[in-house]
Design a binder for this molecule. Sequence first.
Ligand SMILES: C[S@@+](CC[C@H](N)C(=O)[O-])C[C@H]1O[C@@H](n2cnc3c(N)ncnc32)[C@H](O)[C@@H]1O
Length: 230
Amino acid sequence: MSFSKRLELISSMVQSGSKVCDVGTDHGYLPAFLYKMGKCESICATDIRKKPLDRAKKNLEAFNASGVELYLCDGLDAISREMADTVIIAGIGGEVISGIIERAGFLKDFTVTLILQPTTGADRLRQYLADNGFVVVCEKAIEDNRKLYSVMKCHFGGVAYPIDDVRKTVGLITPCYDDGREYIKKQYNIAKKRADELKDTGKNTECYIKSRAIEYGLKKLLDTEGNNGV
Ligand SMILES: C[S@@+](CC[C@H](N)C(=O)[O-])C[C@H]1O[C@@H](n2cnc3c(N)ncnc32)[C@H](O)[C@@H]1O
């Protein structure tokens, strides 16, 4: 089975013996791969749309992964704590992911693991997790098909915590490996460009100072933890 580096990284974060639910499964590749690996006690998957779910059903049959249960629902609406101790939400925007977490009360359980991979708005997702007491225990960047993604593993910790702008931008990603360094460099370039543009217009001083501070913070991170800098 051909499998993307992104989905491989996500699968590697799943602990053996887990009961997994893959939210927004689309093609169903992730549950099919996990099923083939044989590392999960049970696997279910959801999608908000029927068409992707039909596609997942077909693919799962083709991969002989018939033990995967599929549910047509918004987020985790059809899923209970008994059905999943590990929830994967990948390939969806950070704000939608926050909304799905917000609605699923059973995720506020120290023993439930969340594996999240936002397509956009990773910074807003990190802010949501901090504000709502979800602790990120591990976060890795991965380059796949010339795009950079962040994958975070977290669980409910019960206590909200502060998060500064630099951490909001790159989370726990470090420049100690190629994809991590590239992820931070990309965010550094975005912050620098924004600060330079704001400086030229001479407007919005607060936003300018914030962008420059992120730029310098990321430069420091690259210089102190990585070898190549920017
Ligand atoms: C780009 S695909 C990602 C597929 C797969 N998770 C991956 O990472 O490769 C996004 C899928 O999420 C589904 N989706 C979007 N919002 C959802 C929600 N609130 N609940 C369940 N599924 C959702 C979409 O219908 C679509 O099939």
